[in-house]
Ligand binder design. Structure first.
Ligand code: BGC
Length: 738
């Protein structure tokens, strides 16, 4: 702690009126606080979100300003960044976002989203990284560091246990302590302690009966005390529900979606409660202290000590002239996001080495709406006003050039959504308005399907680009199942009958079922919302200019397991509006599966999946050899292990491989997962090159949280170390005794 700074902040706060201080702890615009003009404290300016800096809104209305100077670089979503398994690219992606945020004059960027993907049906999974806490932590830390290099705060969201969109404002999560500590908390702890994240967003939901933003256990004990977080806690928009509970809790800033800023819980109602003596003004001081500390760290302001007229010390607030200025829409940013997109594309299946396609082909038929629709302006608060977006069709056409005839067929219809005169966010606190529309096959689709199938007969090379879009991967709603929308299963099945070697590209932000046709398909490529250069990257991969190196950051299951289905969320009945008005009426979602989330669940229950966690092929082949495990020496006790092995590229092309290390008990006890990801390294190998890979595991990696004792414990016994190319493609194993 910087004592000089803390003293100055205290002195400054003493000079401020109650009104001035409260102005700093609640929204005075949809994306800003008030600031204190009298003493030159600027407002705090924020913007969404994970895929770039969101467009500018009118201060008190959900209406875009509509000027052309808020176009930005459209960055790959976190689900895409995750598939790179590349810490350096994650950092660069964060750096682009931070520079753009600063370039647009922002102080806080509401990103990244790092909630664990508990159910494959969660509408916001595209904004999140993984189902695995280690992979999430390892990538979230560089993203946050990257963002914050530009004197902008990352506001890491949504802390905590916000793992579904259904009733997100009112769902009460009941999970045992071990589950929270081992699965849902580690990434948040890592961004606080390893990346020094400057702000955290409090989520909408309740945990153990109390809304997170006023939950003293979660925000106070865990985040502030245990993890030592001294940055700013900002509420999700409309996640605050009381004045006293919130004022006396750890949250610093209340934000919301309505424009009655003075009536926010931490605005006039707070002032009046303090004046009545019901709340101690010190609560406000504490929040202002956290905010000012962040402003100084962001180089927004400098605090200097000057003597005033009667010789007493006075604090002068000045603009810090050395603050980084940022930049947006630079050529460098576009190149950085292209590099991320390239490494995010994941080759799921490549029977008979159908891919890559020959770039010298004469003609190719591209089918499917995801080849042509723009994805940037969708998804909810993650929407982006992209400077441009290279769609897959544009990417393929510009890659192939003028000697190839590229024909396009839609294949299916996307029914137009009802136009609303409201911005969705304006209504986002009213759950009744968030009803999901189910996408059905329309008559048009039947005609488009027939047309596409007829055309496919004429083209030897067919590339299908379908999947989901932001009508499904969307804030505020979850999917009921994993079925592909718009009758795509039937279309793909019929296309495969006439073109069995068709290349299938699934573009989605969360899993879909490919069960009806995956066995018959020869080449399947998986990609997520990959930013403005996504189409360029896809074409490069399909035609072999880039060797794919993406790996799945989440399991692609055949269907949603029972306990993670939407109807399982609320076995009772939905809340009535009347009930919602009362704080204690809420619906409870019990995380009965405990720590068995994602692959931990499928492995334990021996449920076959379509494509496992960590899976992703290359156009070249790798062999694994010479596993050596050595204890890291230490005087007092073993610190951990150095795990070494050699990987060789035995194919003819340069390629990248992500070596994954999983750890499990030799004889697995029912309370523990079969194996868990503990380390990984991505390497690049030229043809016939061999590299030694070093993976480190610490004693903490062997520990589990002991609920009864309230601490982490190391169980002595035999463990197995698995090293391989995916969760299921294990190449080397060795047992060790602790
Ligand atoms: C979302 C947040 C977002 C905020 C501001 C909320 O609806 O949950 O992720 O940052 O809106 O747009």
């Amino acid at each position: 702690m910087d004592k000089v700074l803390e003293n100055r902040i205290c002195l400054l706060i003493k000079e401020m009126t109650l009104e001035e201080k409260t102005g700093m702890i609640h929204g005075a615009g949809l994306f800003r606080t008030a600031g204190v003009e009298r003493i030159h404290i600027p407002p705090l300016k924020m913007s969404d979100g994970p895929m770039g800096v969101r467009s500018e809104f009118v201060n008190d209305q959900w209406m875009p300003v509509g000027t052309p100077d808020d176009y930005v670089t459209y960055c790959p979503s976190n689900s895409a960044i995750a598939m790179t398994w590349n810490r350096k690219l994650a950092r660069n992606a964060g750096k682009v976002l931070g520079e753009e945020a600063r370039g647009r004059g922002k102080d806080v960027i509401l990103a990244p989203g790092i909630n664990i993907k508990r159910t494959p049906a969660c509408g916001r999974n595209f904004e999140y990284i993984s189902e695995d806490p280690r992979l999430t932590s390892e990538l979230a830390v560089p993203i946050v560091r990257g963002i914050e290099t530009s004197d902008v705060a990352a506001c890491v969201k949504h802390f905590a246990m916000n793992n579904q969109e259904t009733e997100r404002l009112w769902v009460n999560v009941e999970a045992d302590e071990r589950t929270m500590r081992e699965i849902y908390f580690p990434a948040f702890q890592a961004v606080v302690q390893k990346a020094g994240a400057k702000s955290i967003m409090g989520s909408y939901n309740l945990i153990r009966g109390t809304h997170v933003c006023e939950n003293k256990d979660i925000m106070g004990t865990v985040l502030r005390k245990e993890w030592g977080f001294d940055g700013t806690i900002i509420s999700d928009w409309g996640a605050v529900h009381t004045t006293k509970g919130t004022a006396e809790g750890s949250l610093d800033i209340e934000m919301s979606v309505t424009s009655d800023f003075d009536d926010y819980f931490l605005a006039n109602p707070l002032i009046s409660e303090i004046r009545k003596g019901h709340i101690d003004e010190a609560c406000v001081d504490e929040k202002v202290r956290n905010i000012l500390r962040m402003m100084v760290r962001l180089h927004m302001i400098e605090l200097t000590e000057v003597p005033d007229s009667d010789g007493k010390k006075k604090i002068l607030v000045q603009k810090n002239k050395n603050r980084k200025a940022g930049s947006y829409n630079t050529a460098k940013h576009r190149f950085e996001v292209l590099k991320v997109a390239r490494e995010s594309i994941t080759l799921l299946k490549n029977e008979d080495r159908k891919l890559p396609l020959d770039p010298a082909i004469d003609k190719v038929l591209v089918i499917g709406q995801n080849a042509v629709i723009s994805q940037a302006m969708g998804g909810g608060s993650a929407e982006i006003k992209a400077l441009y977006e290279i769609t897959p069709l544009l990417g393929i056409s510009k890659f192939l050039g003028g000697n190839c005839e590229v024909r396009y067929a839609r294949g299916y219809d996307i029914p137009a959504k009802k136009e609303s005169d409201h911005n969705w966010q304006e209504d986002s606190l009213d759950a009744s308005k968030a009803a999901a529309e189910t996408a059905k096959e329309t008559e048009d689709s039947a005609r488009l399907r027939k047309e596409a199938v007829e055309l496919a007969k004429e083209y030897k090379h067919v590339i299908y680009v379908g999947g989901l879009n932001h009508d499904q991967d969307l804030e505020g709603q979850d999917r009921a199942d994993l079925t592909l929308p718009y009758g795509q299963d039937r279309l793909i099945t019929e296309l495969l009958e006439v073109r069995p070697d068709m290349t299938i590209v699934m573009l989605a932000g969360s899993p879909v079922s490919m069960k009806p046709w995956a066995d018959r398909a020869k080449a399947i490529v998986w990609m997520s919302y990959s930013g403005m250069e996504g189409g360029t990257a896809l074409a490069e991969v399909l035609f072999g200019a880039v060797n794919p190196s993406g790996k799945l950051a989440e399991t692609l299951p055949e269907e949603i397991p029972e306990c993670f289905r939407k109807e399982a969320y609320f076995p009772g009945r939905p809340l009535t509006d009347e009930e919602k008005k009362h704080m204690n009426a809420h619906l409870t979602q019990t995380y009965a599966e405990g720590i068995f989330v994602g692959y931990r669940y499928y492995e334990k229950n021996r449920i076959p999946v379509q494509f496992c966690f960590g899976h992703g092929l290359s156009y070249t082949d790798f062999t694994y050899d010479n596993l050596k495990i050595e204890e890291i020496p230490s005087k007092a006790r073993a610190n951990g292990f150095d795990v070494q092995l050699q990987v060789r590229n035995v194919g003819a092309l340069e390629g990248k491989e992500t070596v994954q290390l999983y750890l499990g008990e030799k004889t697995v006890s029912p309370e523990n997962p079969v194996k868990e990801l503990k380390a990984f390294e991505k390497i690049c190998l030229r043809p016939r090159e061999t590299k030694t890979v070093l993976l480190k595991i610490t004693m903490e990696d062997f520990m589990h949280y002991d609920e009864a004792a309230g601490t982490w414990r190391l169980k002595h016994g035999d463990y197995r170390i698995y090293v391989g190319s995916s969760l299921q493609d294990i190449q080397l194993t060795q047992d060790i005794t602790i």
